[in-house]
Write a protein that binds this ligand. Structure first.
Ligand code: SF4
Length: 368
């Protein structure tokens, strides 16, 4: 581990008193922040702390990482497991919600703790991760289900692991014949770009399955020179990158920020994949938008920004029912299609349909 890396790790802000000393505590009393920090983990890396312009105002980076007394306000619709991971976890560390893929949650810690995190009741420093025995059981589960085509390494942030440990897991997964794709979900290239080392790239490359890295980024300012260089290390090594972002009030809920984020990602050779509607995680109501607001933003992106800059706007349905695209919809019930200027156009209907549409219709009828 390099001296520069150790120095940055030592400078991570974890306690309200650290935040106050760094000038990052908001106007709230320290006592309220201590109450928030006692309930939900806090960590702000130097890369993110350096980006915050105004902790007391509406800085979009501060809103993502600096605790807020409003996190103590719980709403009845919120849940500690808002996307229903637990109901679909057959063994520790595995979430098997969709037939052809599983989540493998290796660790329960992250480099930063996002104030809107959907797993905020499950992640935190010292929460550890899978023990060697639990990891072996999780791998056995994947091995014994030959419908599993893709494994998504998530957490927490799997890139908190050393390159050696991550490489070991990647090799063991790649050795499973029916697993063809390995995907890593991470915030690390943005929040601690120094972690994207040559050893990490080697660990991801030294197996022969397709490997994708999916970056979580929410504001264009997160794509600093260092973050862009870290992403380039993956892409230059032949590891394709996608991005997922969370729609957050006061962070990216305006077309200028959202469009600039999508363009910055594409400029880094990262394809925007998902824009998540914020989940019903406890104490995050002040950061959520409405779905109608999200749809209006997606309409504003459509046509005015390149097709490369268009993520799918998705909602994880509470209760574990999976993700669904939530529009906007450009095809009206009258069969007319809306263009990017809001004008509607007729499209000629066809009597005959392809075999798939006919069989899907039959299935829908028999299921109803
Ligand atoms: S990096 Fe991901 S898992 Fe970790 S706190 Fe942020 S949103 Fe949650």
């Amino acid at each position: 581990m390099s001296a520069a890396y150790q120095d940055k790790a030592a400078r991570v802000l974890r306690r309200p008193a650290d935040l106050a000393a760094a000038g990052l505590a908001r106007g709230e009393s320290l006592a309220a922040l201590q109450q928030v920090a006692a309930r939900y983990a806090v960590a702000i890396t130097p890369a993110m702390a350096d980006l915050i312009d105004d902790a007391d105002g509406d800085d979009p980076i501060a809103r993502q990482f600096v605790p807020d007394a409003r996190e103590l306000e719980l709403r009845p619709e919120e849940s500690g497991d808002p996307i229903g991971d637990v109901a679909f976890s057959p063994v520790e560390g595995i979430v098997h919600r969709y037939p052809d893929r599983v989540l493998l949650k290796l660790v329960n810690s992250c480099a930063v703790y996002c104030r809107f995190c959907f797993r905020r009741e499950m992640v935190g420093p010292g929460r550890g991760g899978l023990t060697p025995k639990a990891l072996a059981a999780a791998l056995d589960y994947i091995r014994s289900h030959d419908e599993i085509w893709e494994v998504i390494l998530t957490g927490g942030d799997p890139l908190v692991l050393s390159a050696r440990r991550l490489g070991d897991v990647m090799r063991r997964l790649a050795a499973i014949e029916h697993v063809k794709v390995l995907r890593i979900h991470t915030r690390m290239p943005v929040v601690a770009p120094e972690r994207v080392s040559a050893a990490l790239i080697r660990a991801l490359k030294e197996q022969d399955k397709a490997c994708f890295v999916v970056l979580h980024a929410n504001h264009p300012r997160e794509l600093t020179r260092e973050a862009r260089a870290a992403c380039a290390r993956f892409v230059d090594a032949g590891i394709p990158m996608l991005a997922q972002s969370v729609l957050l009030r006061g962070v990216n809920d305006n077309v200028e920020s959202l469009g600039a984020l999508m363009r910055a990602l594409v400029e880094c050779r990262i394809k925007p994949y998902y824009l998540h509607h914020a989940d019903l995680a406890p104490g995050t109501g002040h950061l959520r938008t409405t779905i109608a607001e999200g749809q209006a933003l997606m309409r504003a992106l459509h046509g005015r920004y390149s097709g490369l800059c268009q993520p799918a706007y998705v909602l994880d349905i509470p209760g574990g029912h999976g993700k669904s695209p939530v529009g906007p919809n450009y095809l009206g019930a009258d069969g007319r299609v809306e263009d990017f200027n809001g004008r509607r156009h007729a499209y000629p209907p066809r009597e005959e349909s392809c075999g798939y549409a006919a069989s899907a219709k039959k299935t829908a009828v028999s299921n109803s």
